[in-house]
Design a protein. Sequence first.
Lengths: 562, 80
Amino acid sequence: MNALAMIFFAFSAYAIGYLFYSRYLSEKVFCLDDSRKTPAHELRDDVDYVPTNRWILLGHHFTSITGAGPIVGPAIAVIWGWLPALLWVVLGAVVIGAVHDFSALVTSIRHRGRSVGTILGDYAGERARVLFLLLILALAILVNAVFAYVIALLFTKFPSSVIPAWSIVPLAVAFGYSVYRFRVNFLIPTLLFLGILYLAVFLGARYPVSLKPLSGALGIDPIMFWIVVLFIYTFFASSLPVWLLLQPRDFLNGLQLLILLFLVYAGAVVANPEVKAPLINLSPEGAPPIVPFLFITIACGALSGFHALVSSGTTSKQLARESDARTVGYLGFLGESSLAVAVVIACTAGLGMVSARRFSELYSSWESIKVSPVPAVVEGGSALISSLGVGPELAETLIATFIVLFAATTMDTSVRIQRYIINELAQIYGISALKNPWTASAGAVLSSMLLVLAKEGGRGGFLFWPIFGAANQLLAGLALLVAFLYLRREGRPTLPVLLPLIFVLVITSLAMVLNALNNFLAGDFLLAGVSALILILEVAVILESIRAIRSQVERRESRRYT
Amino acid sequence: MNPGDILREIYRLKIGQGFSRSAEELEGLFLLLVFSEFYGLPNPLGLYLLEAYPLLMEEFHRWHLRMGMRSSPLEWIRCC
């Protein structure tokens, strides 16, 4: 098997999914109709509700949903062999993940562009909405814990990424200011700032910033040091207005994402390396069983509940025609999935280019890979890019910087989301101390930091990765439930969303029961406790779903007899 | 559309909302300052600001619509 064959398989599956399955979904299931007015036209205010060209909206949507999630999951999951990971990423995306994003988007435009959470409140009551908020809160805390560790690890292992990664902060602010201040052709500042960023990558490769001497003198672990610095930074970054830092950075990152995808795929096509990893390995040393853990280890890239927040939060307010949902919702997700496929290729075929035994060295046991999967992506990815004629050191810095930037933006966004939710919960329960944005930010940062520091060496992060996957998919389950309730009310076919819903609920419950049990038996009460917590939320979600479906049936029955 | 326009549009989608929100907040604060006398807050500059009222008609109209009032809350400003 070689990289080209993998690419061919993935993109043919995407093409079939987009051409046939998404057409079936939009014509037969959701009955998209361009004569209906979308919320962007009906409620147009030129702030939130703006009808937008579908390709531009696709660019915005794709770059908003794709972060560092699809990089970490597949990098761990290839320990079970490349075939299961590739199959789940590609087929999961076509029949589950993209369906979830698409249905969240369509359900939202049929409900005046409101978000999945509030629609859920309508269908299933206030309790379900609070449940939804709690799940997002849990998800955001886990995201911060995981990504703070990812970034700290990359800074320590690849010190050349320190300069370029931090240089994006002043660059983003300056970019935002200059495009607002000087109304020049947009292409010029964009290219200029990207140029400066790549210059910083070059400088970083020349002058790596290592904290070893400092940490040796002060007696602190460099990873811990970076984690604390990162949390202090996110505390301030998440309290700034969004347009000042977050959104210009998000824009520049979106372009990086396209560049990264292009470079990795071009490298894979040019070099076309042989895959030097096992096809399938059902019992890697120390790893949990492949079913259900493969399905929750790879969440983003195959199915991600976080996307429902973007689909129904901002994208649904900007859709110009109903039929555009097919391009934006379905195709947007396939874009994210293609990043996950690139990571699978980098970790299997790319590592094979480093040396024939590199895969078996890095993936020798579950214990070793689960705490540091990202360096494998950096090594494999830079091997692929090197085949385009880029020096190996520069390629390594480039990939490490890309991943740090994605992870940092994801972290910023999730601290911000956490702050909003803490605010909202404080409103619901009348806790005045947490209504203030600063205290809410502090609460958000502290809760995540406690979780990371709960494990020695700041390794809290990756241990929570499976739980993060489960929480993310559970959230997707809630969005699928909303779509299911809507389709049922309209009397349309419900199987395309019902089957993924059942699959998600079964897989995540099984995984969380096993996870809680294993950790409990191993004496790790923190992990067992967090798994149990997610399990409780899960049971609550299932009960609420049953209640909502029942009350809908009763309402319909009573209507029939009156 | 040339690449520059496409990039500008995508940037507008990302940034527009946050930008307009904070602009609205600033505008609201400014209007509150200008019209503070009508809400019973003493304003030493009130007299000098009389000249600014006609210029602020449009903004005032957008503000009261945004605040959920269908017509002007001040009876001497008949913007709609």
